[in-house]
Write a protein that binds this ligand. Structure first.
Ligand SMILES: CC(C)(COP(=O)(O)OP(=O)(O)OC[C@H]1O[C@@H](n2cnc3c(N)ncnc32)[C@H](O)[C@@H]1OP(=O)(O)O)[C@@H](O)C(=O)NCCC(=O)NCCS
Length: 147
């Protein structure tokens, strides 16, 4: 498994992973094309010639925001998610970011546990942030290594 920047040929695999993950924001292919074009920054975990997971992040006023993140269900629990998260946090450290943050559905207990095991803590709640179904978002934050 190797971690590398998202390329155009990854987009069909990313769309397939996203379809298998109702917990995450459902973006369009043009949304992911914007990552390749440089509007956002993203990485895939490539395994046997295809993307088994991806993460998309951006810089927001000196902080790192994780925007979308998933690993194919059959490729989970092998450290792929942690490796993708590490790639984005390392990138945040290169621009001397102070912290990384993200929102997650309050019911997504597997992701909450994953993030807490990877150095994040719950720092806020946004009531009724999500639709279909309506649900609160929890805000999770981690300090970046450079700060
Ligand atoms: C959250 C998510 C990205 C994690 O991906 P992953 O590849 O399973 O992540 P990892 O393998 O690094 O870690 C998952 C667990 O496997 C365990 N693990 C890691 N390597 C392992 C190994 N070799 N053997 C056994 N277990 C292992 C970790 O301890 C971890 O446990 P934890 O979650 O209790 O901390 C994935 O569950 C996912 O795609 N979820 C759906 C989408 C989602 O919720 N995205 C986040 C929304 S903001």
């Amino acid at each position: 498994m190797s971690i590398r920047p998202i390329e155009t040929h990854d987009l069909p695999f990313i769309m397939a992973i996203q379809s298998a993950c109702p917990e995450i924001a459902q973006w369009t292919k043009p949304d992911y094309a914007r990552v390749v074009e440089g509007d956002m920054t993203g990485w895939v975990a490539e395994e046997k010639g295809e993307a088994a997971g991806f993460i998309v992040a951006r810089r927001v006023a000196g902080d790192l925001e994780i925007l979308n993140f998933a690993v194919r269900p059959d490729a989970r629990n092998r450290g792929t998610g942690a490796a993708l998260l590490r790639a984005s946090l390392d990138w945040g450290a290169t621009f001397q970011g102070e912290k990384a943050f993200l929102e997650v559905r309050a019911s997504n207990l597997a992701a909450l546990r994953f993030y807490e095991h990877n150095g994040f803590e719950v720092t806020g709640r946004r009531p009724r942030y999500y639709s279909a179904p309506i649900e609160d978002a929890l805000v999770l934050t981690a300090r970046l290594a450079s700060s």
